[in-house]
Design a protein around this ligand. Structure first.
Ligand code: IMP
Length: 191
């Protein structure tokens, strides 16, 4: 059955989405809270935000703009999924950072933590490069799916075990631009 959903603040429908899990309004409010918390925690310091492409691009842009401390940006790309909806468990390294992180206060910005394999790998490899400090901010956390324990200092929303898209998250490259987090209809990825 297709459920009509709100695509934004205006009424609308978007067939591939079964239901909205986190609305645009809740995302905005929670990101503002995270920004205030991070700004307080790093008061007097400059933060070096490391966004994990491509999924974190939207969360990073939103989070960066609600910080009240100086921030610099870099990006890296890692893939653990290919074109499917299940983690392969293999972390593939695609793009390294442009700048050294030695002596900097690094905040890894990621879209979602699921099995934890990607963040575990990132924490280990970035810690080895000698940052002054390292912390992680994720928009979403599927805690029930964790395979490796990994510390996550800043979490937007804990969500149930469902494949979600929007707010940067994709299925086979699509739906990243949806302004909310939605549950994809299973027919879309089982077809
Ligand atoms: P992990 O290594 O299993 O923790 O997975 C992290 C990565 O898997 C994320 O950066 C996403 O790219 C992807 N991922 C995990 N769950 C979802 C989902 O529900 N929708 C879209 N991508 C997801």
């Amino acid at each position: 059955m297709t459920t009509r959903v709100q695509t934004s603040d205006a009424d609308g429908s978007y067939e591939p989405i079964a239901r909205v899990l986190v609305s645009r309004r809740r995302l905005t409010a929670r990101v503002a809270e995270l920004g205030a918390q991070i700004s307080a925690d790093y008061a007097g310091r400059e933060i070096h935000m490391v966004g994990i492409l491509k999924g974190a691009a939207i969360f990073m842009a939103d989070l960066a703009r609600v910080l009240s401390i100086p921030a610099t940006f870099d990006f890296m790309a890692i893939s653990s999924y290919g074109a499917g909806s299940e983690s392969s468990g293999v972390v593939r390294f695609i793009k390294d950072l442009d700048e050294s992180i030695e002596g900097r206060h690094v905040l890894i910005v990621e879209d979602i933590v699921d099995t934890g394999l990607t963040l575990h790998y990132l924490r280990e490899s970035l810690t080895a490069r000698g940052p002054a400090s390292l912390a992680v901010a994720v928009a979403l956390d599927k805690a029930s799916r964790r395979q490796v324990p990994v510390p996550v200092e800043y979490v937007g929303f804990r969500i149930p075990d469902a494949f979600v898209v929007g707010y940067g998250l994709d299925f086979a490259g699509r739906y990243r631009n949806l302004p909310y987090v939605g549950i994809l209809r299973p027919e879309v990825y089982t077809r």
